[in-house]
Design a protein around this ligand. Structure first.
Ligand code: NBP
Length: 476
């Protein structure tokens, strides 16, 4: 009795919403959860969404799938995922597919794919973004895995995915093994960066310019109608406009200022360090969350370490300056994320198309934003761009924004308002455009203490100076 087009294992919030999304698109969906009560709950509450085939036993679940079988796992990342993969693999046959839609580390996905490939089973590690609402109504989907598996799986995933404004599904096969989860990880890293930058804009306007949350909510709403049009700006306006029912105060004032993290920002930075890619925006955002949560250090410093406390003369144009600084810094954050994906292509032998990444982030995911259309066009127009900032449209935007950007960073320093995201983005921009960097001096220091050698600007070759001797130079 093989009737189901696809199955979902793990019916917590993400799995049940994805299962409902499949069903609403006319697919017959097999559903299984370790605790059967959750399966029964899904059928009782949402059975009317479409055609579900519930099973209490995993063997019955597998038996209910059409060949080649497709089972999507939406369970807790880590050990639970390994356990479910093993149980499924024992019941499956060569040619079948196991799709992991959880937030797996891409190295785990590479390991799992290699192990299952030995057994003839396709393993598709796929990023799913958009939270529970996206899972139900159309997420951005970032699959890895074999081209062969995508032939039959792709149309099903594309059907339930978000659609970009031009109607294109926000789901594309990105490459083999860990490519999909890698792209999802970088997506989350950019999300960290974007949120930090918005937080800094808020802080500058609140503490620096003294604008109250209700007014700020209007400013962000207005920004959302222009270049900054994005989901994160939209929800920022909502959060700032919200009043706490219990106290009547702005909601943002009653929330403890300690940002949590589940680890994907940290992974992005760790891998970037291994790949040697400067993702300074993502790193600063991750560290800023850590600083906010470092209660011991903060308690020891508040009232002890002195400095200006927000008061500074600001230019008339300050609100618009902050908007421009935010836009320019955001472009840098995305440019760095794309650099990281390009570096992974070289390291892991992938061929992830940067234009396709930008295209599938246009809808459904947390970093969806109007300007991703421009980014998509930039990479598609010239896949060999050395950096997104070199695309003429983006060069123009950051060039036009830079006076405002510099005014904002200067004002922040004067006012004692921390802007690690804005400052790091501007420093990265200035670093990239500098004809000469102090790295020459660092090479001299390295040669001095460790005979690490250096290259010269005027001759080919590798050189060392006898620093502790007569300071003569030898060519090696
Ligand atoms: P959770 O991450 O909370 O996991 C709960 C599910 O895992 C339940 O179905 C539970 O079954 C099952 N499970 C566990 Br825990 N251990 C198991 C085991 N050993 N064997 C079988 N099943 C096991 O669910 P979620 O929040 O829906 O997220 C699912 C995945 O999607 C995660 O990897 C998450 O990182 C990822 N994700 C989440 C979001 C989001 O916004 N929440 C967004 C994108 C991706 P039980 O009912 O029997 O305990």
């Amino acid at each position: 009795m093989r009737t189901a087009d696809i199955g979902v294992v793990g019916l917590a919030v993400m799995g049940s919403n994805l299962a409902r999304n499949f069903a609403r698109h006319g697919f017959t969906v097999a559903v299984y959860n370790r605790t059967y009560a959750k399966t029964q709950e899904l059928i009782a509450e949402h059975g009317g969404d479409g055609d579900f085939v519930p099973s209490e036993e995993l063997a019955d679940f597998v038996a209910s799938l059409k060949r080649p079988r497709k089972a999507m796992i939406m369970v807790q990342a880590g050990k639970a995922t390994d356990a479910v993969i093993e149980s499924l693999a024992e019941l499956m046959e060569p040619g079948d597919m196991i799709i992991d839609g959880g937030n797996a580390h891409f190295e785990n996905t590479r390991r799992r794919e290699a192990a299952l490939r030995e057994r003839g089973i396709h393993f598709v590690g796929t990023g799913v973004s958009g939270g529970e609402e996206g899972a139900l109504n159309g997420p951005s989907i970032m699959p890895g895995g074999s081209a062969e598996s995508y032939e039959s799986l792709g149309p099903i995933l594309e059907a339930i995915s978000a659609k970009a404004p031009d109607g294109t599904p926000c789901c594309t096969r990105l490459g083999p093994d860990g490519a999909g989860h890698f792209v999802k990880m970088v997506h989350n890293g950019i999300e960290y960066s974007d949120m930090q930058l918005i937080g800094e804009a808020y802080d500058l306007l609140r503490r620096g310019a003294g604008i109250e949350p209700t007014e700020l909510s209007k400013i962000f709403s207005e920004w959302n109608t222009g270049d900054l049009d994005s989901y994160l700006i939209e929800i920022t306006a909502e959060v700032l406009g919200h009043t706490d029912a219990a106290t009547g105060k702005p909601f943002v004032d009653v929330v403890l200022d300690q940002a949590g993290q589940k680890g994907t920002g940290r992974w992005t930075v760790q891998i970037a360090l291994d790949l040697g890619v400067p993702v300074t925006g993502i790193a600063e955002a991750t560290f800023a969350r850590a600083l906010s949560s470092g209660t011991r250090q903060r308690e020891g410093a508040v009232g002890v370490l002195s400095g200006p406390d927000g008061g500074v003369d600001l230019p008339e144009s300050f609100v618009d300056d902050v908007r421009q600084a935010l836009y320019a810094s955001k472009i840098v954050a995305y440019a760095q994320g794309f650099d990281q994906i390009a570096a992974a292509n070289a390291e892991f032998g992938w061929d992830i198309d940067l234009g396709s990444c930008a295209a599938l982030w246009r809808s459904g995911c947390i970093i969806r934003a109007g300007f991703l259309d421009k980014i998509t066009a930039a990479w598609r127009g010239n896949p060999g761009l050395p950096t997104l900032l070199a695309a003429p449209e983006f060069t123009k935007i950051v060039t036009e924004a830079q006076d405002a950007w510099r005014r904002v960073v200067s004002a922040a320093v004067q006012a004692g308002i921390p802007t690690p995201g804005f400052s790091a983005a501007l420093a990265y921009y200035d670093g990239l455009r500098s004809k000469r960097l102090p790295a020459a001096l660092i090479q001299g220091q390295r040669d001095f203490f460790g005979a690490h050698t250096y290259k010269r600007v005027d001759r080919e070759g590798t050189f060392h100076t006898e620093w502790s001797g007569d300071r003569s130079e030898t060519e090696l």
